[in-house]
Design a protein around this ligand. Structure first.
Ligand SMILES: [Zn+2]
Length: 116
């Protein structure tokens, strides 16, 4: 797991937790502002908004597939990811792979390309 994903999960969970806390405890004392905040009446919409924000943070960086640049391992054709394209190469039907790290995973192809 990348650092970006881990930090997105951490931030998302924190914001969801914060939303839950706001719903359950609408009154809290802030040590930053040295006063008590009372969100009674607003705690539920604010809490729900925070929970949704947390889910969106996790969704954007973790759940949503990030397949921007794909490569066909057979014909080495590059594709920009489109929903209509699916996961297969339109030419040969081979499952496309992420371009990121492709030549690290397939060093034999890198060698082949250098010879050409
Ligand atoms: Zn192909």
């Amino acid at each position: 797991m990348s650092f970006k994903k881990a930090s997105a999960i951490f931030t998302g969970v924190l914001v969801i937790f914060w939303g839950g806390m706001t719903i359950h405890h609408p009154k809290w004392y802030s040590f930053v502002y040295h006063r008590e905040f009372d969100l009674t009446g607003f705690n539920i919409p604010i809490g729900i908004a925070l929970i949704i924000s947390g889910v969106v943070i996790i969704w954007i960086d973790v759940i949503r597939p990030r397949k921007d640049n794909l490569i066909c391992p057979k014909c080495e054709e590059l594709y920009r990811w489109k929903k209509s394209l699916g996961d297969k190469c339109p030419k040969c039907g081979t499952i496309l792979e992420d371009l990121e790290g492709f030549y690290e995973r397939h060093p034999e192809l890198r060698y082949k390309r250098k010879i050409k």
